[in-house]
Design a protein around this ligand. Structure first.
Ligand SMILES: [Zn+2]
Length: 110
């Protein structure tokens, strides 16, 4: 096999695939949010209150899980958690790795 393992271009494409994965995670979280909101709206006025509350409970639990899924994304450079686990706004505001400062969507090799 003539595949070079220390080719810098290969590394940058490794970053790319990590960012691609993060976008996919954001996509999944967005779908869960949409589906949760949709099912709650669908239930409004159509079911008894306990059923509605149960739906809201399930929907918000699913949204929490999907956020955790996005949050567990690891930095492609340092391998630590990219997002600050103690900040709740970090998920949308973060532009740098919480540990090594790697820029979000960066393809730099330093
Ligand atoms: Zn990092």
């Amino acid at each position: 096999m003539e595949f070079k393992h220390h080719d810098p271009e290969e590394q940058s494409s490794n970053y790319d695939s990590a960012w691609h994965e993060l976008k996919a995670r954001h996509g999944v979280a967005g779908l869960v949010r949409g589906a949760g909101l949709f099912s709650v709206i669908l239930m409004l006025g159509n079911v008894a209150l306990p059923m509605l509350l149960l739906t809201i409970g399930c929907a918000s639990a699913a949204v929490r899980l999907s956020k955790r899924f996005v949050r567990s994304f690891r930095c492609p450079r340092c391998g630590h958690e990219f997002f600050n686990p103690r900040s709740s706004i970090d998920l949308v505001a973060a532009r740098l790795c919480n540990h090594c400062g790697l820029k979000l969507w960066s393809t730099e090799q330093s």
